[in-house]
Design a protein around this ligand. Sequence first.
Ligand code: ZN
Length: 508
Amino acid sequence: MVLSSLPDERAREDGRSLATDLGHSGGLRIYPESIATTGEAIFFLGKKGTLPFLGIAFKGRNSTAANFIGDERSIALEGQEFTLKLCLADHANAAVLRAALPYTAPQVLGLRKSAGCGDRLGLATPGHVRAIRQFSGIAPIFAQQSVRENARTGRTPQQVLDDATWGVFQEGWRQPWGADADHLKTPADIDAFVAAGYTFYTIDPGDSVDNDAHTAPPAAVTAKVQSLPWETLEDTAQDMERRYLGRTFNLGEFTLAFDRESLWRAACKYGRAIAHTVQMYRHLASRMGDRPFELEVSVDETETPTSPQEHFFVASELRRLGVQWVSLAPRYVGRFEKGVDYIGDLAQFEAEFIKHLAIARHLGPYKLSLHSGSDKFSIYPIIARHAGDLVHLKTAGTSYLEALRAIASIDPSLFREILALARECYEEDRATYHVSADPARVPPPERLADSELAGVLDLFDGRQLLHVTFGSVLERFGPELKEALTWHEEEYYTALETHFCKHLKAFA
Ligand code: ZN
């Protein structure tokens, strides 16, 4: 306990000012929330200009500090000798930090009500922390990127996780947080996330969902069902019928029954997706070994809504095959477009949501996950009223839009260039995204005064246009954009905090 030899009043009551003094001696501007005192050392994050450094102060020799890579110097403070080690906020040091201060590592969150905060730029976690701190009942997922988003931003699963670790450390978030490997489509997608230390895995078997099942003629449905991978499903069509036909399933809120046609159409639509999910799950479980993890199953990005009956079928089958999951994202009725409010009939959504929830309670319990969950303000009260804790809200691109909102005031000319490029690239970049914006309805940048630029982010078409063109924008303006946000980080954090509080308060 080396620090116990420090003057008591400094070590215990005033570790913060000691760290600040030490940081100043090292030429750093300190993030006060980052300061963490273990029995043997003081850890903190500081910046020189825009370059972040981890600082570790200790007396004598320190075996934990020895694991970090950095430069040591001796510092005298009030007649005492300290060693101050300054370390780059890079991957190697993030890995050591997660071991030294376990709250900087992701954990499984179980059935706690939760919110996923995707961060395309790797700069948003401090803003997310400031918002989530105000709502004690909601557990956050701070690292969350899909394979598709990483491909477009050029980031790796490891970089995404490391950025979240540094953000958590900077703001001193000491409660559990998760790391979501989002929209995994192939076994190969899984491995890099496992290696990086993710805790939450979202399997997306959407490519195996057969949307023609609703309308295909009966003979075609029969042929498709007969050709399902029955071996992987550990099943036969006859056994499947025995489990579902001639029975009534009581789900509390309502009862559910299958006739032969509805069962075969459900099997036709989701059979391959179930088989794919099982294979993905087993691959993941074998890669994870003894490490705890949690699973989400998402079919949100498919063309046709998941009926309660289909949801029941999918969940029952996954359960029979030994898959365990904490959340499931059906494709709900209505439209969940990126960056804008729900489009659809609220009464119909509520009626269906209640049924999905009854199934989730009956076959789990597990959470219902809401993908493309940002800005769906009209349905949050419905979800919050019925779901209690059984909800996971997933947002991905909305933090990037808030970055652009900050840029509109920090650097209007950069915002204009981004908007012009987004208008050019939208038609190509919108593929694979659920959006319906018309770029002709987004004003060209040259017609907007500086004070009107941020207003583009309040327009339906403007939000979607900017939301889906991030890959093109980051390829061209990524370094400038990040540098501007880094110099003006408080403006970005404030925009994020305001925006996320609007979302989270509905669920608090
Ligand atoms: Zn999704």
